[in-house]
Design a binder for this molecule. Structure first.
Ligand code: UP5
Ligand code: MG
Length: 190
């Protein structure tokens, strides 16, 4: 099977909407390989011999989007290494130029987790009590929200015009959100 036969679900949503939480549920019940762009960047940052670790850390703390060559390189490498052909790509693409880089993917749709900022703020501040993430503090969170509104949400609109977006509200318990997530995933996999 060649790369362009891969099935790719872009899992998008604002900071703290619940992308990672719902991806973990989907991995348990379906044959997906979960790749979180943010997790891959944090792993790369933590590698002792990384030449871009400091750069990645600065971008993340500032809530800015890391230059796409780095992120796409990490994603492509992880996709290849996995040997899988079915992916949940969590938190990517975050800007229109990144989306266009991935246009060659034959089959894909977007799972968009829709959540008001007030709720995301609440979840992130709570998680920040224990997460150790450099961006789970009020200053970084505000910057992440701005980047999402100005640069990342247009990606959702771009795919929406192509009829490729499944929107799931995050304003419910993890279990209820997952029920709705399953419903749209089943529909798309048919
Ligand atoms: N929670 C989840 N669902 C809940 C529910 N229904 N009810 C109550 N609580 C719920 O969830 C967040 C918190 O909410 C958790 O404590 C959870 O238990 C609770 P989580 O599933 O972690 O949400 P998620 O959407 O994954 O939040 P995350 O913080 O990971 O989102 P971000 O998009 O901000 O983070 P990401 O890791 O994707 O990116 C971080 C940074 O990396 C970016 O800001 C950027 O600087 C950089 N980046 C790039 O530059 N390029 C990329 O392509 C990707 C990242
Ligand atoms: Mg996440």
């Amino acid at each position: 099977q060649s790369r362009n036969q891969d099935q790719v679900v872009f899992v998008l949503g604002g900071p703290g909407a619940g992308k990672g939480t719902q991806c973990a549920n989907l991995v348990r019940d379906y044959n997906f390989t979960h790749l979180s762009a943010g997790d891959l960047l944090r792993e790369e940052r933590n590698r002792k011999d990384s030449s871009v670790g400091q750069l990645i850390n600065t971008y993340i703390a500032e809530g800015k989007i890391v230059p796409m060559e780095i992120t796409i390189g990490l994603l492509k490498e992880a996709m290849k290494k996995s040997g899988s052909h079915r992916f949940l790509i969590d938190g990517f693409p975050r800007a229109l130029d990144q989306a266009q880089e991935f246009e060659k993917q034959a089959r894909k749709f977007v799972l968009f987790f829709d959540c008001p900022e007030q709720e995301m703020l609440h979840r992130l501040l709570k998680r920040g009590e224990t997460s150790g993430r450099v961006d789970d503090n009020i200053e970084s969170i505000k910057k992440r929200f701005r980047t999402f509104r100005e640069t990342s949400y247009p990606v959702v609109e771009y795919y929406e015009k192509q009829g490729k977006v499944e929107r799931v509200s995050c304003l419910d318990t993890v279990e209820k959100v997952y029920e709705n997530t399953r419903r749209v995933v089943e529909k798309q996999l048919k």
